[in-house]
Design a protein around this ligand. Structure first.
Ligand code: BG6
Length: 527
């Protein structure tokens, strides 16, 4: 990487920048072997908003293999041409102003549809016969990906029936199953689902989605930590005071009340995205950059997380639910007024939580995590707050105002996942021309370009190439549920104890969350 550090002049000092070197050829995007992808729930929201647009863009940018087709199946009564029209509308909506009719034409020739009642076994019995001619026409052999874009309640039936129809066999090609989150709703259900999948598919055939893992700067965490020698020696309890993980959204529950009312923020954002970010931040260096080794290190992190003391939950967890307010100047309703939400709902839309990792590296370092909907800003970041300097040698020459008195902002490293993906390091410098005034400046790395692949494009390609690095193992699903299930159960048992709503839309969250960190003598970073 070429590094250009701008001189810290009064004008330029806020953002010293680093620019990245061009991508060498061998860093190109790998082209997978021919395959057919079968999407169950192909007319649903996920397919329309993410899967089909991602496949279209991969196709238009020539990242898909020449041998490729997609068979959609759903309850909707339509045929291939009706399905293509529905999908065209969805793709146009996903890329307004960036839609090529020519690419669409070529792509849509590879889209097919099979109406299905997933509760009846007949569809699955007839599926091999439906696939055969397509596999022949597109030369995909028997390489098949079965994508569950379905409500989780249907996973079990569909996965067992795929297995029952002999379609999980890898005799003549690969067979993979992709399962979206939520992966169960507690420890028992996730264990059960692992059992159901395991009865037909092996672990190496199973791809459990967490789209946060595919975000570019999340993938970058391990590179940043383990391809640089200057950070790792500091990455521990001796130098780090605490870690903050923030996933905030301005969006509300939208049209997903049916799911969200039963999930709430702890199941929706913590069990998966937040705990994955925690593990990448906290793990030891894997022996090799391959999925098995990386997963092993994540497992060790989860096994070292200290269980939250259920009799002192208030010190460790703060919950919230949004009330009415305004987002970007527009009035928005409270959670309880959203369509499909019970008007006495006690589902939390915000949570802050503190965890400790009991191992040599992290003993005593709190990890503060927060996530919520309808907050003042939407962002995802990991902030590493270093310890304060041990001795203030300047204090004898300084005046207290605008200069160093008894505190200096400690160093802060922020990994920005979104928006404005990048990394910044804040450190102190002498204020130019002053005798001994200090002020914090930022050294900031920003990705220069829009990424070639978005998170769904990345995971779809990885699934085709069989790389499980960005997917979650069955063991990790169970470990993360094991950490959260007791907490969620206890909180659900005391729902009367919450006075919701307790933060207005467009705010920074509930006062209880501020209190959680303030009690430890710390403050959240501003959103
Ligand atoms: C999903 C959650 O997993 O992640 C949603 O179910 C949330 O509730 C979404 O809005 C956030 O993802 P992103 O990529 O928009 O930050």
């Amino acid at each position: 990487m070429n590094e250009e550090t701008a001189p810290l002049t009064p004008e330029a000092d806020r953002h010293a920048t680093c620019t990245a070197a061009p991508r060498p050829d061998f860093c190109g995007i790998e082209k997978p072997a021919p395959c057919g992808i079968i999407i169950f729930g192909s007319c649903g929201d996920l397919s329309k908003r993410k899967l089909i647009p991602s496949l279209y863009r991969l196709f238009a940018n020539r990242h898909l293999p020449d041998g490729f087709f997609m068979l959609g199946s759903d309850r909707i009564e339509t045929d291939d041409s009706g399905f293509r029209s529905i999908m065209e509308e969805a793709v146009r909506a996903a890329f307004p102003g960036d839609f090529s009719s020519d690419s669409w034409q070529k792509f849509s020739d590879r889209l097919f549809y099979a109406e299905a009642d997933f509760n009846s076994g007949d569809f699955f019995v007839s599926l091999p016969a439906r696939l055969k001619p397509l596999e022949k026409k597109f030369g995909t052999g028997c390489n098949r990906i079965f994508y569950m874009a379905l409500p989780p309640a249907v996973y079990e039936t569909v996965i067992s029936r795929i297995g029952g129809a002999g379609l999980a066999s890898e005799e003549n090609g690969y067979s993979r199953v992709v399962v979206e989150k939520p992966f169960g709703s507690d420890i028992e259900s996730s264990r059960h689902l692992n059992g159901v999948i395991g009865a037909s598919f092996s672990e190496s055939q199973t791809f459990r989605m967490d789209h946060y893992l595919a975000k570019e700067n999340v993938q970058n965490i391990l590179m940043f930590r383990f391809a640089n020698s200057i950070f790792e020696p500091l990455w521990n309890r001796r130098y780090i005071d605490h870690v903050e993980i923030t996933l905030s959204e301005t969006l509300g529950v939208e049209h997903r009340a049916g799911y969200y009312e039963n999930a709430g923020v702890l199941r929706d954002m913590f069990q998966n995205h937040i705990l994955q970010l925690l593990s990448l931040t906290a793990m030891e260096p894997p022996a090799a950059f391959v999925s098995e080794r990386v997963r092993e290190e994540k497992v060790k992190v989860f096994r070292s997380v200290r269980p939250v003391p259920l009799d002192r939950l208030g010190e460790y967890v703060a919950l919230g639910q949004y009330g009415a307010g305004s987002i970007n100047g527009a009035a928005v309703p409270s959670y309880r007024e959203e369509p499909g939400v019970n008007n006495n709902s006690n589902t939390p839309t915000y949570a802050a939580m503190k965890l400790f990792i009991d191992n040599w590296r992290w003993s005593g370092v709190p990890f503060y995590m927060r996530s919520g909907k309808r907050l003042s800003k939407g962002k995802a970041e990991i902030a590493i707050r270093f310890r304060a300097v041990p001795h203030l040698m300047f204090s004898n020459v300084l005046e207290p105002v605008g200069s160093l008195s008894d505190t200096i902002d400690p160093n802060l490293l922020v990994l920005r996942v979104q928006p404005d993906e990048g990394i910044s390091l804040q450190f102190q410098t002498k204020m130019p021309d002053s005798r001994a005034c200090l002020r914090p400046v930022l050294m900031d790395f920003r990705y220069e370009k829009v990424f070639l692949l978005d998170a769904y494009e990345r995971v779809l390609l990885d699934c085709m190439t069989g790389d499980q690095m960005l997917f979650v193992s069955g063991e990790i699903e169970e470990l993360t549920w094991g950490l959260l299930s007791p907490v969620i159960e206890r909180l659900e048992g005391m729902k009367g104890g919450f006075k919701f709503p307790n933060y207005p839309s467009g705010s920074n969250g509930p006062a209880e969350a501020d209190e959680l960190i303030r009690r430890d003598g710390r403050l959240w970073r501003a959103l």
